[in-house]
Design a protein around this ligand. Structure first.
Ligand code: L3W
Ligand code: SF4
Length: 437
């Protein structure tokens, strides 16, 4: 393992991750001893509009993939409309490779609860929900325990800390459908319906949960709020870049020595992150990687110095997404990996719209054929054509996400496809895998 150089080590900025290694930080007593709930006390003395302005000034952008400005979203909630307002936290972390919210909720659940109370106060919501994916049983248990502890201490419920503000917070476990991470499908699921995306507009900020104004934010977004309240907008902006402010939790997996979460200011490069992670595994050379989960266009070794912020990744032709960086080496096959992702999207497609439902079905069949050594040159055109017809024509982002690795591996690694078709690469799938395909 190579040791990171001191100047690279200094790029670690533990903010949201700072309590993860403190024993029992998930218990309220320990959390309070580590500055927990100080931000809430401070926030309740501030006018809600000033809190929204503070979040705007901090430049905080959504940590769920799209990077939408958080303060702006909060500001969309109509005031004085006589309707209830809701805060819904998207904890349905399911994007392949993404693993930043689950450890946060497991090791530091109170930071999310505290952020939820402050955000609800700012948008004048008296009811908030955390929608957590069904498989995350341990994290959900920790969250439910944290919510109970917060009620017992007067941080939740009626007249919080004597402020006159009331809030109920409910932890709801989904049933394990990836599509329920799409914000409107999540709302349908929370209302008790089958989780399928809704047409936008209207956006949830105008007509969300039970057709009322609703802020839907990712776990990392809401957990950032207490730190901004305590540290101030300028301190938050001192990390990251001008347009991508603050620290970010990067999840690194794959062919690196120490996979895990590394929290650094936005704008750090993949080269530096790999160094922090102890380098590539011995005998492996970087070949391709995802900047933000499998829905984001893959990048190659030549993009190793891309600044990992919203603008930098976009300039390289991809999307920062959830900063789920899956690192693949010269011993990995881009065709095989794209097929694995496609099987996932095919399985998770909700079936509402034809391009995604049918297109994924056909693409999976084509990949299986290529990987079984029965592909043709025409299959490559069919894949490109099918992906082009899914992209931009699907009802929600899942369709685009599925088409993305197909288009980007065809662009960067066409030769790897040809190697299967022309017999230079041995088949990875048996003919049996074509039955029923
Ligand atoms: C009011 C307007 N609100 C936009 C809100 C909107 C949403 C947010 C961003 O997808 C991304 C996607 C995946 N009035 C508004 C407005 N909003 N205009 O702003 O909206 P949008 O449509 O840009 O993105 P989205 O549909 O929320 C999210 C990418 O994330 N992704 C990963 C997802 C996986 C996870 C996970 O596992 N945790 O999140 C990966 O790349 O491709 O680009 O709230 O309502 N005029
Ligand atoms: Fe459902 Fe896929 Fe259409 Fe999204 S793109 S609505 S997941 S079928």
């Amino acid at each position: 393992m190579t040791q990171p150089r001191p100047e690279v080590l200094q790029k670690l900025t533990p903010v949201l991750t700072k309590r993860w290694l403190s024993p029992d930080a998930w218990r309220i007593g320990v959390y309070e001893r580590l500055d927990g709930y100080l931000a809430l006390r401070k926030a309740l003395d501030v006018h809600p509009d000033d809190l929204i302005q503070l979040v705007k000034d901090s430049g905080l952008r959504g940590r769920g993939g799209a990077g939408f400005p958080t303060g702006l979203k909060w500001g969309f909630i109509p005031q004085g409309d006589g309707k209830p307002h809701y805060l819904v936290i998207n904890a349905d972390e399911g994007e392949p490779g993404t693993c930043k919210d689950l450890p946060l909720m497991t090791y530091d659940p109170h930071s999310l609860v505290e952020g939820a109370i402050i955000a609800s106060y700012a948008i004048r919501a008296n009811r908030a929900y955390i929608y957590i994916r069904g498989e995350a049983v341990h994290a959900a248990r920790r969250l439910r325990n944290a919510v109970q502890e917060a009620y017992a201490k007067g941080y939740l419920g009626k007249n919080i800390l004597g402020s006159g503000f009331d809030l109920d917070l409910v932890v709801h476990s989904g049933a394990g459908a990836y599509i329920c991470g799409e914000e409107t499908a999540l709302l349908d699921s929370l209302e008790g319906f089958r989780g399928q995306p809704r047409l936008r507009p209207p956006f949830p900020a105008i007509a969300g949960l039970y057709a009322s104004p609703t802020v839907v934010n990712n776990v990392g977004t809401i957990a950032s709020v207490p730190y901004i309240v305590l540290g101030g907008a300028d301190w938050w902006k001192s990390m990251g870049t001008e347009k991508s402010a603050g620290p970010m939790i990067y999840s690194l997996s794959g062919r690196i020595t120490n996979p895990g979460q590394y929290e650094c200011g936005l704008g750090i490069t993949l080269r530096e992150l790999i160094e922090l992670a102890g380098g590539m595994k011995p005998g492996h050379n970087l070949k391709f990687w995802t900047p933000g989960g499998s829905s984001t266009p893959i990048l190659t070794a030549e993009h190793i110095d891309t600044p990992m912020d919203f603008e930098g990744v976009s300039a390289a032709g991809s999307i920062l997404g959830t900063t789920a960086m899956q690192i693949f080496s010269d011993q990995d096959c881009p065709v095989y990996n794209t097929w694995r992702w496609l099987e996932f999207y095919h399985h998770e497609s909700c079936g509402k719209c034809t391009p995604c439902r049918e297109g994924n079905y056909w693409m999976v069949r084509t990949y299986r054929r290529i990987l079984a050594g029965q592909g043709t040159y025409k299959d490559l055109d069919t894949l490109q054509d099918t992906a082009d017809n899914i992209f931009g024509r699907s009802f929600c982002g899942l369709g685009d996400g599925a088409a993305t690795p197909v288009v980007s591996t065809l662009k960067w690694f066409r030769q790897d496809y040809l190697d299967y078709i022309e017999g230079r690469t041995a088949p990875r799938l048996s003919e049996k895998s074509l039955v029923g395909a």
